[in-house]
Structure formats: structure tokens, C-alpha cells
Design a protein around this ligand. Structure first.
Ligand code: KIV
Ligand code: ZN
Length: 515
């Protein structure tokens, strides 16, 4: 058994299945480049049959990213596999990941197929995928609720047909660590040709056990873990990459395998993904939360000062927290700005994009003394969205009056489909008034599902990062806005979400069940 644990990142595929987390091609490319820089072994770039946009994104990533293997998802259907093969044609190293459900409930109720039919279709799919690449992964969807003898049977058959990776997903997050580790061990032992494939796991977090289940599987012989940055993913998400990687790295006394990840890229990549998707990272989140390395209690602080390891099992700088030290300010030039962003993994596609971001940077530097890496990443995410997607709605100006004992009142000027429009509204607070004034103009008929504010860095001078989640007709989007003024950040976030909802993207869901 290999002593290398393959890290398979599915932020761009399963992660994108988080309601509201859909990303543009350019955003996916930026994340893929950051994952490559982190030395992720396999990047699942998307589900090419889902939509032309998904196809283009996988193709663009396959063309650009050369150090990681690029994977495309396909149901066990010819049309899906052919589309994935086409999208991956220019990859330096391509993998097709095909899947079909194997649990009794999924086979009977969703697929309406017999176990024999499922095996036949799986074999056919793997053989077809092998026509495009010799790197083929097969997943038994809902393996966590499948019968072990049937898993062994289908795995033996697909390995014989050419599958090189066998994935055991806990699709509905139902398993417990001891039980799941036992399942993986029995499946590997019961599959006669198991030595010809790498066994993998893909755990969902419905019971908060995705990372624990994945690690238990590693102890039972799995040598690939499928995971996402910040644990993003369908419903409660997937196993968090940063937690899996740091657990294996920190507990080398327990794990019989190692990871090849550049862990210093973890925090910058986490920030990038959070900025792009609009999913904030909770402060107490392991590894990447703002408080993950903050010692509040005096006893702990004293211990750490005397001997760091009294209370720290990892070093903050090893996961990339140190990277936030570099400061730019009002007097920094374009070169310093461009160089720092390149170090953070952002290259500008055109001089125009650089100029737009640099203008924003100067505006921010006028309001805020020191600009940290996190500020730069937030600024780039915002500018990027505007220059690449175009905007139907743009915030031109905002004036808010808020005084003790008086009803807050906001006046907003927007640019809507090329026209400048102004309106005003009262509200229960300045944020409420600003968003109501925007709605007085746009009348979007959306429901506000979430409003949250985070501070990007520390201190009262820090920028506020606002996330707004809107829903209309079953379509959910997240909008993100940053500014030292949280009322302005809120208006920006709201406008950002409106633009996403006004330019919807049609796509199919991989697990919709029409196999
Ligand atoms: O959760 C799941 O089963 C999946 C498969 C497509 C691997 O995402
Ligand atoms: Zn999944």
C-alpha cells in the first residue's frame, strides 16, 4: 500500500453544489490556480455536461493548470463521458470520474434498475471513459448505505474494466467513524483485485463527521480523500481539505501516509474561496478561522510565550497565517500592488483589469491606512466580478442619515441597465434603509435569506465584509461586498447578489437522478 495520501479537491464541483455558491469561469480558474499552487494532486474542475458554462470552465482549467491532474465528473452515461473527455482533451494529466448509485434505496427508488443492470452500466461507463484517458475513477454513489458484498462485486468488475481509482462516497453523511472505517476495510479486503486500484473516500458532513469518517477510512487503507476548501459542498458540505491535510500532517505518529500539500497556501486559498463564493469562514473554524490560533485566556498566553507547544499543536505560519503580514499603503505603487497579488496567486488578464483593481486599491488606501493581503484579495474578487461579468445594476452613490432618536434614512443612486436612477427610503437602521432604498429602485421580488457582517482584519479600521443571500423562484445566490463603511459594504453586497440573480445560469445537477 502506498504511503502517499492523494488529495482530491472538489471545491469546483461538489463545492459549487452548495446553494448560492455558483462561480464564473474566471473565478473557477483563479481557484484552480490557487489549488495547483497548493500542490493539490487532483482537481475536480466540474461536471462538463451540466451546461456550456461548466464545459468551458473545465476546458479552460485543463488548458491552464499543468501541475495537478484535472478531473471531470460524468454520470455513467455515454453523453456525459464523451462531454467530459472532450473538455479534458488538452489537460496534461486528465481523469474522468464516472459514478452510479449502488445502495438498495437509490437503485430501486431513483434509478429503477436491478443490481445486475447497475453493474453492466458501470462496466460500460468505465470502458468508455478509458477511451479518453487511462486515469478513470469510479464512484459507487451512496456507498455508505450500500451492501458490502455488492460493493465488492461492482468494484471487482470496474477494476477489471479499467478503473484505476475506486471511490466510496458517504453521499448522505450517514456513517460514523468506526463503522465507516470498518466498511472501507471490509470492501478493500473483499475486492479480489483491490491491489490494482487506489481506494478513495468522499464524505459528506450531515452529522458533522465528514473529516472524522475520512480519516478513519485512511487508517483502514484509503489512499485518496476527496475534500473541499472550507468544507464547502452539497447540503452540510464535504470533508474540509485543510482539516484532513493538517490532521495527517500533525499526527504522523498515527497515519501511515503523508500528504504533498504546500500547507502555507491553505489560508490564502481559504480566503480566496470564501471571497468568491460569499461563504464566510466562521471565526472558530479549525485551521482557517480567524480565532484558530488566537489565545484569549491569560494562562494560555503565558504558556505560549514560555513555550509555544504548551498550547499549540500547529504553527500558524505553516498554514499561511504569516502571509497576512505584508502591508501596502497609500504610497505603494502599481508594481508593488501587482507583485503582491502575483505572490497571492492572482495574475491580471489585461492591463484594463489591473488598472481597475489598482484604482480601487488607491480609493481604499485613502480610507484605510494599512492594506493587508486579505484586503487585497477581497478587492480583487470585487473588481474581477465587475469587469468579467458586467453589471446590470451598479452602486453609484449612497447617503445615509442616522441620528439618535431619529428614523434612519438612506438615499441611493444606482446605475440600472445604463440609466442613473435615484430613490430614498427609511429603515429600522442605516443598513435596512440602504437596502430598502435599493429595492425601491430595483423591485427584485427576492427574499433575503441571510445577512452577515465579518471584519476582514482586526481593529476598528478594518474593512467590513458583508454577505447577502437572496432567493427568487428557487434560485439562490450569494453577494459579497467589502468596505471600511459597513453600510456601503452592505449596499455593495446587495447589488452584487442582485446582479447574480438578474443574470441566472442554467445548469443540470449531477445527482438529479436521470441515469
Ligand atoms: O456525494 C457523492 O456521492 C458525490 C459523487 C458524485 C461522488 O458527489
Ligand atoms: Zn458529494
Amino acid at each position: 500500500m502506498s504511503d502517499k495520501l492523494i488529495i482530491f479537491d472538489t471545491t469546483l464541483r461538489d463545492g459549487e453544489q452548495s446553494p448560492g455558491a455558483s462561480m464564473t469561469k474566471e473565478e473557477k480558474l483563479r481557484i484552480a490556480k490557487a489549488l495547483e499552487k497548493m500542490r493539490v494532486d487532483v482537481i475536480e474542475a466540474g461536471f462538463p455536461i451540466a451546461s456550456p458554462g461548466d464545459f468551458d470552465a473545465v476546458q479552460a482549467i485543463a488548458r491552464t493548470v499543468k501541475e495537478s491532474t484535472i478531473c471531470g465528473l460524468a454520470r455513467a452515461l455515454d453523453k456525459d463521458i464523451d462531454r467530459a473527455g472532450e473538455a479534458l482533451k488538452e489537460a496534461a494529466s486528465a481523469r474522468i470520474h464516472t459514478f452510479i448509485a449502488t445502495s438498495p434505496i437509490h437503485m430501486e427508488r431513483k434509478l429503477r434498475m436491478t443490481p445486475d443492470e447497475v453493474v453492466t452500466q458501470a462496466i460500460h461507463a468505465v470502458k468508455r471513459a478509458r477511451q479518453y484517458t487511462d486515469n478513470v475513477e469510479f464512484s459507487a454513489e451512496d456507498a455508505g448505505r450500500s451492501e458490502i458484498p455488492f460493493l465488492c462485486r461492482i468494484f471487482e468488475a470496474v477494476i477489471a474494466a479499467g478503473a484505476t481509482t475506486i471511490n466510496i462516497p458517504d453521499t448522505v453523511g450517514y456513517n460514523l467513524p468506526g463503522h465507516f472505517g470498518e466498511l472501507v476495510r471490509r470492501v478493500i479486503e473483499g475486492t479480489p483485485n483491490a491491489d490494482r486500484a487506489v481506494f478513495s473516500v468522499h464524505c459528506h458532513n450531515d452529522l458533522g463527521l465528514a473529516v472524522a469518517n475520512s480519516l478513519s477510512a485512511v487508517l483502514s487503507g484509503a489512499r485518496q480523500v476527496e475534500c473541499t476548501i472550507n468544507g464547502l459542498g452539497e447540503r452540510a458540505g464535504n470533508a474540509a481539505l485543510e482539516e484532513v491535510v493538517m490532521a495527517v500532517r500533525t499526527r504522523q505518529d498515527i497515519f501511515p501516509c503523508h500528504v504533498d500539500i504546500d500547507t502555507t497556501q491553505i489560508v490564502p486559498t481559504s480566503r480566496l474561496v470564501s471571497g468568491i463564493t460569499g461563504f464566510p469562514v466562521q471565526p472558530n473554524k479549525s485551521i482557517v478561522g480567524a480565532n484558530a490560533f488566537a489565545h484569549e485566556s491569560g494562562i494560555h498566553q503565558d504558556g505560549v510565550l514560555k513555550h509555544r507547544e504548551t498550547y499549540e499543536i500547529m504553527r500558524a505560519e505553516d498554514v499561511g497565517w504569516g502571509a497576512n503580514k505584508m502591508v501596502l499603503g497609500k504610497h505603494s505603487g502599481r508594481n508593488a500592488f501587482r507583485t503582491r497579488l502575483a505572490e497571492l496567486g492572482t495574475e491580471f488578464e489585461s492591463e484594463e483589469a489591473l488598472n481597475a483593481a489598482f484604482t480601487r486599491f488607491k480609493e481604499l488606501a485613502d480610507k484605510k491606512h494599512e492594506i493587508f493581503d486579505a484586503d487585497l484579495q477581497a478587492l480583487v474578487s470585487e473588481t474581477h466580478y465587475e469587469t468579467t461579468l458586467g453589471e446590470r445594476v451598479k452602486l453609484v452613490a449612497l447617503k445615509v442619515c442616522s441620528e439618535t432618536g431619529e428614523t434612519p434614512h438612506a438615499e441611493v443612486t444606482l446605475w440600472v441597465d445604463g440609466q442613473e436612477v435615484r430613490d430614498a427610503a427609511p429603515g429600522s437602521g442605516p443598513v435596512d434603509a440602504a437596502l430598502k432604498a435599493i429595492e425601491a429602485i430595483v423591485d427584485s421580488k427576492t427574499d433575503l435569506l441571510l445577512y452577515s457582517v465579518n471584519s476582514i482584519t482586526s481593529g476598528t479600521e478594518a474593512q467590513g465584509e458583508v454577505t447577502v443571500r437572496l432567493q427568487r423562484g428557487g434560485h439562490t445566490v450569494n453577494g459579497l461586498g467589502t468596505d471600511p463603511d459597513i453600510v456601503v459594504a452592505s449596499a455593495k453586497a446587495y447589488v452584487n447578489a442582485l446582479n447574480k440573480i438578474l443574470i441566472p445560469v442554467e445548469r443540470a445537477h449531477p445527482q438529479a437522478g436521470d441515469v
